[in-house]
Write a protein that binds this ligand. Structure first.
Ligand SMILES: [Fe+2]
Length: 287
């Protein structure tokens, strides 16, 4: 990897890596290096990769077990490892702002961690980019690890033992109806509020739009704590905004990052990105 160049994207997190082709066979050392970047930088951007679904899935498997898409699994009982982000349909046509799918995807414009509503939530998400709008359609990221490091010792002590109830229907119902079979497949789950990276032992808090309440707390008090932690993590200076380019291959660590879409005009522009995810090691309560 002598020709690999790295540039940090934000003072808290994020790394851009050039000089490594993810289409090629990667050595064990290269895969280990990528996992180390994920542990230490949380967001790893590889520009100009231009992967297709096949090479994207092959790369995904190098990082762990691909996670079945929860929509096709819950609604249709079908295992499919890809999600499509954007408004371009399989036949190449475009779904505008009023289309059900476009409205459904606006749920991603709230700060969240992918799959935090699953008993075993995602380790990473991996996005491969095909078409981007001329304006908008960026993704903002913040580090809940950096946010944790800024907490007072009193707050750290308070949140250490807490469990949070994450509920997909709670969050997604704010923007669109959830198919009944899909909803039934995703009952609310308990997640640890404070998580620790198994490799470098750095802690973060684990929240986002799917976080509904604190287990054992009155609803108002739990909501207030969750909202307060979110505000602390998402101050403007904490945000890295990624302006997507066709060919980007971007990996983010869902264990400790929050992200949200900035929105775009789906009547005016085309957007097509394909996403896979890698399963986490197990329930957060067992960490
Ligand atoms: Fe997401």
């Amino acid at each position: 990897m002598s020709s690999t160049e790295c540039k940090q994207l934000h003072k808290d997190f994020g790394l851009m890596v050039t000089g490594l082709s993810l289409k090629d066979d990667l050595s064990n050392n290269e895969v280990l290096q990528i996992k180390e970047w994920i542990d230490n930088y949380s967001l790893v951007v590889f520009p100009s990769q231009h992967l297709n679904d096949q090479s994207h899935l092959e790369f995904t498997k190098k990082l762990g077990e691909p996670e079945p898409n929860h929509v096709s699994l819950g609604r249709d009982g079908v295992v499919n490892y890809f999600g499509t982000i954007g408004n371009v349909q399989p036949d190449g046509s475009v779904a505008g702002n009023s289309h059900k799918q476009t409205r459904f995807l606006t749920g991603n414009n709230m700060w969240h961690s992918d799959s935090s509503f699953r008993k075993v939530p995602s380790f990473v998400s991996i996005m491969s980019v095909y078409e981007v709008p001329e304006h908008g359609g960026d993704t903002e990221y913040v580090s809940a690890r950096a946010a944790y490091s800024r907490l007072s010792s009193e707050v750290r002590e308070l949140i250490e033992p807490l469990e949070v109830i994450h509920d997909y229907v709670f969050s997604r119902s704010k923007v669109a109806d959830v198919d009944p079979a899909h909803a039934a497949s995703l009952p609310p789950v308990h997640q640890k509020l404070v998580r620790k990276n198994p490799a470098n032992k750095k802690k973060n808090y684990y929240i986002g739009s799917h976080a509904k309440s604190i287990a054992g707390w009155a609803e108002d008090a739990g909501r207030q704590l969750l909202d307060d932690l979110l505000v602390k993590a998402t101050q403007p200076e904490c945000i890295y905004t990624h302006e997507w380019q066709p060919g980007d291959l971007v990996i983010w660590d869902n264990r400790c990052l929050l992200h949200r879409g900035t929105g775009y005009d789906a009547d005016k522009y085309r957007r097509l990105m394909r996403q896979t995810r890698v399963c986490g090691c197990g329930p957060t309560l067992d960490e």
